[in-house]
Design a protein around this ligand. Structure first.
Ligand code: OAD
Length: 246
């Protein structure tokens, strides 16, 4: 089933110098990574994400939280970027400025070849000291979780519920959002702030806002264009239409 992409959208993209993109867990779904709210299937089904992805949850049960991220890290190591990630890497080449802001922590955009990637929620591949907040690349896994040289526990370098986003990443995301002509919101339920604020700020800054998601979300009624399909299908079609006219 081919995806209907309005000609008006293609023309606005063809005329754009700067494009900003916000992706969420939905773009990694076709790589086999459950979206965030499904990630607690099976073994983890009995836990609430707010239980595991929070500083309080880590303080209460550091071993459980460390093991949950270790399992997710292992699952991510075994998957590959999908056609949606690849199409975004292809789209990046077609614009003077293309800023890919992601809420995902799985490195799949970078593995697909995207270069200008802004990670709002950190990256599961990195660990940091829970006291000094500095990224640690080598550590002795003598206990679970391992400890920093300072003695504090190490933790995943991801943003947990209730934590601040990395200031530099958020500033880059906001700058791209305020100055783009087209903003694509892809595979996100647009529920978690401040990331969910970005498409609305693009809208008020005068950008054309496009949503790509098989489901409707809180953003749908605000977007100029809603493409109701899977990212792995819609994005390659978008890239092909753009290549055909430029
Ligand atoms: P969610 O799980 O909230 O939403 C995933 C969205 O992807 C839903 O709207 C789905 O309809 C959509 N979707 C599913 N399959 C898709 C596909 N093949 N193509 C396109 N869209 C598809 O995930 P996020 O919106 O990313 O933070 O959640 C935002 C944040 O909530 C996450 O970054 C997470 C959590 O706080 C961390 O893990 C740090």
């Amino acid at each position: 089933m081919s995806i209907a992409i309005p000609q008006e959208l293609i023309e606005r993209l063809a005329a754009a110098r700067r494009v900003a993109v916000l992706t969420g867990a939905g773009i990694s779904a076709e790589s086999g990574i459950p979206t965030f709210r499904d990630a607690l299937t099976g073994l983890w089904a009995r836990y609430d994400p707010q239980e595991l992805a929070t500083p309080e949850g880590f303080a209460r049960n550091p071993k459980l939280v460390w093991e949950w991220y270790a399992e997710r890290r292992a699952r991510i190591a075994g998957v590959a970027p999908n056609a949606g990630h690849m199409a975004l890497a292809g789209l990046e080449q077609r614009f003077e400025q293309f800023t890919l802001v992601t809420q995902n922590i799985d490195s799949l955009h970078q593995r697909a070849g995207s270069r200008e990637v802004v990670e709002l929620h950190g990256n599961i591949a990195r660990v940091k000291c829970s006291a000094e907040q500095t990224v640690v690349s080598e550590y002795a896994a003598t206990e679970t979780p391992p400890r920093c040289r300072c003695g504090a526990l190490l933790r995943p370098d991801v943003v947990w519920f209730g934590e601040m986003l990395p200031a530099a990443a958020l500033a880059r995301a906001e700058e791209a959002t305020e100055h783009c002509e087209v903003f694509l919101s892809i595979g996100t339920s647009a529920q978690v702030y401040p990331a969910a604020e970005l498409p609305l700020r693009a809208l008020s800054a005068g950008a054309t806002v496009v949503e790509i998601n098989p489901e409707r979300t809180a953003l749908s009624r605000h977007a100029h264009f809603v493409l109701p399909g899977a990212a792995g299908k819609v994005l390659p079609a978008l890239l092909a239409r753009l290549a055909a006219i430029a």
